[in-house]
Write a protein that binds this ligand. Sequence first.
Ligand code: G3I
Length: 322
Amino acid sequence: AKDLRQLAQQHGIKIGTAVDIAALRDEPDYRQRLNREFTHVTAENAMKWESVEPERGVYTWDDADALVENARRNHQQIRGHTLLWHNQLPAWLTSGVEDGTIDATELREILREHITTQVRRYKGKIRAWDVVNEVVEEDGSLRQSIWLQHLGPGYIADAFRWAHRADPHARLFINDYNLEWNAPKIETTLSIVKDLKAQGVPIHGIGFQGHLGIQYDYPADWANVMRRFADLGLEVAITELDVRMVLPVTPEKLATQAEYYRRALTDCLSVRACREMTVWGFTDRHSWVPGWFEGEGAATLLDENLAPKPAYKALLAVRGRK
Ligand code: G3I
């Protein structure tokens, strides 16, 4: 393949990226590359609750709308990220819950309203939604979020039902990190999915974030884990792939990184139900990694100047689905 768009076509999957909205607006080279290479996009931050409703009842859709419009013009499909999370919630919401001015009944209503409003706004324009994000802890218990604490575990089913009602054609995903290898998390997530299915709740997909690092072993069992979710009837997606390293960059580290990217794509291609591989940013110029892991970085496919790294070339060389 000559680029990622062609690679996606060749393999019959979607290859996407998270989009930094400021870069999309301000950097022509970023914009050009994004639109040329990718068939699928996710908003890195622009569709999160704090971005779209910073003050109660005051909606700021400009960034999200701009992303949707850019995608339309460039024939890209969209993954909506994310309707329900414990991070990047608006301050009015978290403080209201904390000081007791928002009680459980009202909180449930606020959540219903949020999901309904956002999904309805982009009805027919968003292929798939990350409905719930990161709802399981590392030890396999349900995450202690304001949602669990105030609404109880039923909030997950509610969120899917509300999203489905607002756009019956959108594919609805549960999304998480470390799900590539963490056994307690995998088992709990599988049982959540089984429960939802047994109750007739509309859930269609599992998202593996795929935040990897070369200082850790590659999650060798990943394809098997994907298959276990596929066996429950779910579509599988890699939703936030990146492969960070401890700086400085060396040729050896870049070669290892390339191997991790190649294996992730190969794992996806080995599972029929895996239909999408999205990277969490495509250039080291814009990546969440250096801001979150001190001394780490260089996690994406292109360097700061948008020059292809070995990982990019390794992906292009991957051969067809078996
Ligand atoms: O919006 C402010 C801006 O006004 C200010 O000038 C700037 C200065 O630091 O901060 C901006 O907010 C930052 C925001 O990204 C937008 O750039 C926040 O500080 C920063 O914490 C936030 O980080 C995002 C992170 O989620 C927050 O949880 C990352 O960009 C984003 O890549 C990351 O994405 C998550 C996925 O949603 C879920 N899975 C994990 C993944 C990586 O953490």
